[in-house]
Ligand binder design. Structure first.
Ligand code: COA
Length: 320
């Protein structure tokens, strides 16, 4: 037994902030951002919460799958920007949906969070522990950005993507995931410093801090190997895969991965021009856009792959 995606949905924060908008509030330009990243604009939340974005994406995925909330037995939300320390975003979404038969928990694996969640659901279904699972990647990253740090804040956006996975004979064929906590110090957000009366708190630590070049090097060194591993495991040639749906961090990272695999860029659909990097939400948003454009047919093989803070990474080969 494995798991098959039977529905997708997504929901972006309503307000779009273009590179030109940013250049009015910081020393940057459309030319600098677009040429280095492929990003033109990003959705930024005003009143929307992570729970709201997650719930809207979940409702769209459930409608697409023709599954009712009561039929779900598992809800996982991948996020680093839950509205609360507790309860988990998955519990808040469960309440919003009325999915009272479902167990619910969050996974924090940053931009690889959706892949870690998919791998978890795969394991649940292989073990016969779940029949219908909802996985959501949801983020309001704009609230953990240092808006005076132009090298980082221009990259990220706010939104959510969701999939419904059903236990099935076909679907997910192989998964790989890994972590490297030693190099992970290059991308951090320490948002709960000790603030008891005995210590002083450095509030600057509450925002994302990133060594962009270290993250770039990590991504291009780990992602091709992770994808090759699942292809080799399943005797699949890179050209047998119709689309490679990768985390939308940076167009140049995708171009290097494509070159490593010997695959042309038209098999790497993108959203980053209008979404920026929405961390755990980026892969399900991309998958939803690909589905809504009618680009996938039953039996197509696709690879999903994510990478990010931790460092963490994960890849999955599936038959649609
Ligand atoms: N606008 C204009 N100039 C900027 C800028 C901005 N938004 N951000 C940084 N700069 C400047 C720097 O200050 C530096 O100026 P200097 O040469 O005078 O010191 C110059 O641009 C080059 O900076 P550098 O950091 O070397 O740029 P880069 O080519 O490495 O690109 C990233 C920076 C962040 C775009 C790139 O490293 C990257 O995409 N890394 C991966 C990050 C990522 O995807 N993270 C999430 C993964 S999940």
């Amino acid at each position: 037994m494995t798991g098959r995606i039977i529905g997708t949905g997504s929901f972006l924060a309503k307000t779009r902030v273009t590179n030109d908008d940013l250049s009015k509030i910081m020393d940057t330009s459309d030319e600098w951002i677009y040429s280095r990243t492929g990003i033109k604009e990003r959705p930024i939340a005003k009143e929307e919460t992570t729970t709201y974005l997650a719930t809207m994406a979940a409702k769209a995925a459930l409608a697409d799958a023709k599954v009712t909330p009561e039929e779900l037995d598992l809800i996982i939300v991948a996020t680093v920007t839950n509205d609360f320390v507790t309860p988990a975003c998955a519990c808040a979404v469960q309440a919003e949906l009325g999915a009272m038969q479902a167990q619910a928990f969050d996974i924090n694996a940053a931009c690889a969070g959706f892949m870690y969640s998919l791998h978890t659901v795969y394991a649940y279904m292989q073990a016969g522990l779940a029949k219908r699972a909802l996985i959501i990647g949801a983020e309001t990253l704009s609230r953990i950005m240092d808006w005076t740090d132009r090298s980082t804040c221009v990259l990220f956006g706010d939104g959510a993507g969701a999939v419904v996975v059903e236990a099935s004979e076909t679907g997910i064929l192989a998964c790989d995931q890994g972590a490297d906590g030693v190099r992970g110090k290059n991308l951090t957000c320490m948002n709960r410093t000790n603030n008891n009366p005995l210590v002083q708190t450095d509030t600057r630590l509450q925002y994302v801090k990133m060594d962009g070049q270290a993250v770039f090097k990590f991504a291009v060194s780990e992602v091709p190997g992770s994808i090759k591993k699942i292809l080799e495991e399943t005797n699949t040639k890179p050209e047998d895969v119709k689309y490679y749906l990768l985390h939308q961090a940076n167009l140049r990272i995708l171009q290097i991965v494509a070159k490593h695999l010997g695959i042309s860029m038209d098999r790497f659909p993108t959203t980053m021009d209008h979404t920026g990097n929405i961390s755990a939400a980026s892969i399900p948003i991309l998958l939803d856009e690909v589905c809504k454009k009618g680009m996938l047919n039953r039996g197509d093989k696709i690879v999903l792959s994510g990478f990010g803070g931790g460092f963490t990474w994960g890849s999955c080969l599936m038959e649609w």
